[in-house]
Design a binder for this molecule. Structure first.
Ligand code: RTP
Ligand code: MG
Length: 139
C-alpha cells in the first residue's frame, strides 16, 4: 500500500463561497502535488455511497444532503506521509476546534459545512481516489 497519496474534496460550501482558488493555493504551498482533478457533482445516491461507512451515524442523512447540494472539486494529491499531513493541514472536523491557519479554521462555517474532506487512511485514500478516477487517471 502506498503512503504518498491522499484524496480530497472541496465541499459544496467552499465551492459556493468562491474558495476553490485559495484552498488549492494553500494545498500546493504545503507541498502537495496534483495527480488528478475533477470539478463535479455528487448525486444523493453517489454521496450516500461515498460516505457509506457513516450509514449508521445520526448525521448521515444531513451529510448526504449537504454533499449533494452543489458542485465539488475532487482530487488525488501526492506528498510523503500524505494522509496524516493533509489532515493536519485541514484541521479538526469541527472548524471551531480547528487550529489557527488550517483550511477548516479559515474557510469552514460549521461541522456540517466544513469546506474540505481528507482521507483518514492510506487504504481509504486508494478506495476514495478510485471512486472518482479511472486507473489511467491515477497513474
Ligand atoms: P471528512 O471525512 O469529511 O474529511 O471529515 P472527518 O474525517 O473530519 O469526519 P468524519 O468523522 O469522517 O465525518 C464525516 C463528515 O460528517 C460530518 N460530521 N458531523 N454532527 C457531527 O457530530 C458530525 N460528525 C461528523 C462532518 O461534516 C464530517 O466532515
Ligand atoms: Mg472522514
Amino acid at each position: 500500500m502506498r503512503t504518498d497519496r491522499t484524496f480530497t474534496m472541496i465541499k459544496p460550501d467552499a465551492v459556493a463561497n468562491g474558495h476553490i482558488g485559495a484552498i488549492l493555493d494553500q494545498i500546493f504551498k504545503s507541498g502537495f502535488k496534483p495527480v488528478a482533478f475533477k470539478y463535479t457533482y455528487l448525486t444523493p445516491e453517489l454521496a450516500g455511497k461515498f460516505y457509506e461507512v457513516h450509514k449508521e451515524r445520526p448525521f448521515y442523512a444531513d451529510l448526504v444532503k449537504f454533499m449533494s447540494s452543489g458542485p465539488i472539486v475532487a482530487a488525488i494529491l501526492e506528498k510523503d506521509n500524505a494522509v496524516a499531513d493533509f489532515r493536519k493541514l485541514i484541521g479538526a472536523t469541527d472548524p471551531s476546534k480547528a487550529e489557527a491557519g488550517t483550511i477548516r479554521q479559515l474557510f469552514a462555517k460549521s461541522i456540517d459545512a466544513n469546506a474540505v474532506h481528507g482521507s483518514d487512511s492510506d487504504e481509504n485514500a486508494d478506495i476514495e481516489g478510485s471512486f472518482f478516477f479511472s486507473a489511467y487517471e491515477r497513474f
